[in-house]
Design a protein around this ligand. Structure first.
Ligand code: ADP
Ligand code: ADP
Length: 225
């Protein structure tokens, strides 16, 4: 079956249950946003999907294949973090191509992917610069570019706009929407910003205390009492 399936996901840290049984199906190409109060488990759920955290119970399937015990690198997904985590000594081009070189992808293919991502993100003129010579918005676009060049089926975003000022947040949000329209991958996105959730999501998942409290389209949730 195509898409991402989470079944009975539980995550404990010591005696503390952080995820208490999450069941969720996400279709190919869907833009799903996780919202909820601080500490409700949004970020943990994203990291569990990414393979950056093990689960205490439950299983994860991508396109019908169980990936619960696969490493992050074998899940066909890419994550964009809140802090850009760029390598300061590398150029924009090197930041985007580095992981692909380690994966043994041919040079011509790497260049093609970097050029395409740079075009989409309006970074073509900045490929030879280092992160220190970029604006905050440009740095966050490099971080997004680094995910795009991996050519993942699923993109994971952990509050990617929260370090940007209000104006850049709106601009980058629009770019993300355009990006989703252009490349059509599945996007799973954590935020505590209602406007981001309402404008970006096909479906919003409201988490509370480690459980799914509500789930629906922005319109569904907006119209619900
Ligand atoms: P959210 O992203 O919704 O703010 P998190 O998923 O970051 O919430 O955290 C959920 C809960 O799990 C919080 O109570 C947090 O303190 C706890 N938690 C997160 N990571 C760890 C960890 N590595 N060790 C212990 N507790 C953690
Ligand atoms: P390598 O490419 O040699 O695996 P990296 O430093 O690029 O080394 O990555 C370390 C680990 O984290 C790998 O498992 C890699 O696949 C994974 N990884 C790195 N960046 C991302 C990302 N943006 N999204 C998902 N996984 C990533």
């Amino acid at each position: 079956m195509a898409g991402l399936e989470l079944r009975g996901i539980r995550k404990d840290y010591g005696a503390t249950a952080v995820l208490k049984g999450i069941d969720l199906s996400i279709a190919d190409g869907e833009f799903v946003v996780f919202v909820g109060p601080s500490g409700c488990g949004k970020s943990t759920l994203l990291r569990v999907i990414a393979g950056l955290e093990t689960v205490t119970a439950g299983d994860i399937h991508i396109d019908g294949t169980e990936v619960t015990r696969l490493a992050a690198s074998d899940r066909g997904l890419a994550m964009v973090f809140q802090s850009y985590a760029l390598y300061p000594h590398m150029t924009v081009h090197q930041n985007m191509s580095f992981a692909l070189e380690n994966m043994g992808i041919a040079k011509a293919e790497i260049s093609a992917r970097v050029d395409r991502a740079a075009r989409m993100l309006r970074l073509t003129d900045y490929l030879q610069r280092k992160p220190a010579a970029l604006s905050g918005g440009q740095r966050q676009r490099v971080a997004i570019g680094r995910a795009i060049v991996r050519d993942p089926k699923i993109f994971l975003f952990d509050e990617p706009l929260s370090n940007l000022d209000a104006e850049l947040r709106v601009a980058t949000r629009k770019e993300l929407a355009a990006l989703h329209a252009e490349i059509g991958g599945t996007m799973i996105y954590v935020t505590h910003d209602q406007v981001e959730a309402m404008t970006l999501a096909d479906r919003i998942v409201v988490l509370n205390g480690g459980r799914i409290e509500q789930i629906g389209t922005p319109l569904d949730l907006y119209n619900r009492p």
